[in-house]
Design a binder for this molecule. Structure first.
Ligand code: ADP
Ligand code: MG
Length: 266
């Protein structure tokens, strides 16, 4: 092969300051098609700021973000979403009063740009497609339940189905497993990895549970004080002295006995 395939995302020289705080400094990386890439770093490292720039919520001070070769800086979040950059668990807030299946149908209606005047007929629209997505995340049996009654882990899986309804090329997942028990975290990330693998979706995710990162990421990048300081396979990152130093005391890379004993407490 002579030419590299186009990156799903190609980020170059991204910078963002808030007043005197340089939240993101000269961040450059590429997300390959179908890749599951983790962005880790201590609290305040700039992870969410990066995500907010990638999905158009926050204008960078400098830099370039290309989605399959097309510059997306300057586009509104809605436009970036339309181009296929999905963001789970944040913008996909579910409608509590609606049922599980209605939430997925709403997302499909939006994706297919059906008019809101269709709402009185929404009950029948995209029902099969919505069921198929719910089955994919093992939520088919709960299709008729109001979202307000769902357990937390089920809500997360529903939100994944809602994100998939937009047929994303790239999924940004900012701490998708926050607040979940360790076993549930691993299950949700395994489910995500299976689905995105089947569909060829590229994923960039942040995660503070290193078990989840090392088990599921194909590659890991480390952000510290706004700057990318390391990048590599999970094994390389685990063995990286600088990364270990940053996490020392937080128990994040190597869990202490105390963390293990603390277990699921969110
Ligand atoms: P992370 O997600 O890695 O925990 P953030 O991106 O949320 O980090 O924050 C990076 C830095 O930018 C922090 O110092 C934070 O206080 C600051 N910051 C983030 N968002 C804002 C904002 N909207 N206004 C001012 N400062 C912000
Ligand atoms: Mg954050």
């Amino acid at each position: 092969m002579t030419t590299a395939p186009t990156s799903a995302l190609a980020v170059t020289g991204l910078n963002k300051a808030f007043g005197g705080v340089q939240a993101v400094r000269d961040v450059t990386f590429a997300l390959a098609p179908g890749e599951l890439l983790a962005l880790i770093g201590p609290n305040g490292a700039g992870k969410s700021t990066c995500f907010n720039m990638l999905n158009g919520q926050l204008p960078p001070d400098e830099g370039s973000i290309k989605l399959y070769g097309h510059e997306i800086i300057g586009l509104k979040p809605r436009q970036v979403w339309r181009l296929g950059v999905g963001r789970t668990f944040q913008i996909t807030a579910t409608f509590q009063s609606m049922s599980v299946i209605e939430n997925v149908q709403m997302a499909l209606i939006s994706h297919h740009r059906r008019l809101l005047s269709m709402l009185p007929f929404a009950g029948a629209l995209y029902k099969d497609e919505a069921f198929a997505l719910l089955d994919l995340v093992s939520m088919g049996a709960q299709a008729g339940r109001p979202c307000g009654m769902l357990a937390y882990g089920d809500l997360k899986r529903l939100e994944l189905a809602v994100a998939l309804a937009n047929d994303p090329k790239v999924l940004l997942m900012d701490e998708p497993t926050a607040g979940m028990a360790p076993k549930e975290r691993i299950e949700l990330m395994q489910l995500t990895a299976d689905i995105v693998g089947q569909r060829g979706i590229s994923v960039l995710f942040t995660e503070h549970d290193m078990d989840v990162v090392f088990a599921h990421a194909g590659r890991v990048m480390v952000l510290n004080r706004g700057r990318l300081i390391a990048e590599g396979t999970p094994a390389q990152i685990r063995a990286n002295a600088e990364v270990q130093a940053i996490y020392l005391g937080s128990g994040a890379v190597y869990k202490t006995d105390e963390d293990t004993a603390a277990g699921a407490a969110p």
